[in-house]
Design a protein around this ligand. Sequence first.
Ligand code: ZN
Length: 148
Amino acid sequence: MSDLRELYQEVILDHTKRPRNFGTLEGSSHRAEGNNPLCGDEIRVTVKVDGDSIRELRFEGAGCAISTASASLMTEALAGKTIEQANCLFDRFHGVVTGEIARDDGKLGKLAVMGGVAEYPLRVKCATLAWHTLRAALEGSGEPVTTE
Ligand code: ZN
């Protein structure tokens, strides 16, 4: 079990140091900004939607390790998924990081590494900021998202 925990921390550290899909997506169809005043995390998500699928997505901004790793993992997990699949994954991810759903049931894939956040309630907003921002981008509200 402690080996697993170490592995999770390694994955998070890796994504913090080398965020995947970092930057602005040229020719994006959807975008939104989000911030988490509690921690100072700021993020901008740009997405290219094709039909009902997320073809590509990127993020940029400045945030803590948890928010950066979570955003990076999210962009990896959602590229190529349908919007419906993305919404399902967000609901599940949200359930796991808030401790409402047991982690490691295999349905979250690599995103399960963020499950440890459930032990740190103040970090839940860091872990979900990218997801809330993505949802706002897809819904096209154009309003900046805040976790407050
Ligand atoms: Zn944070």
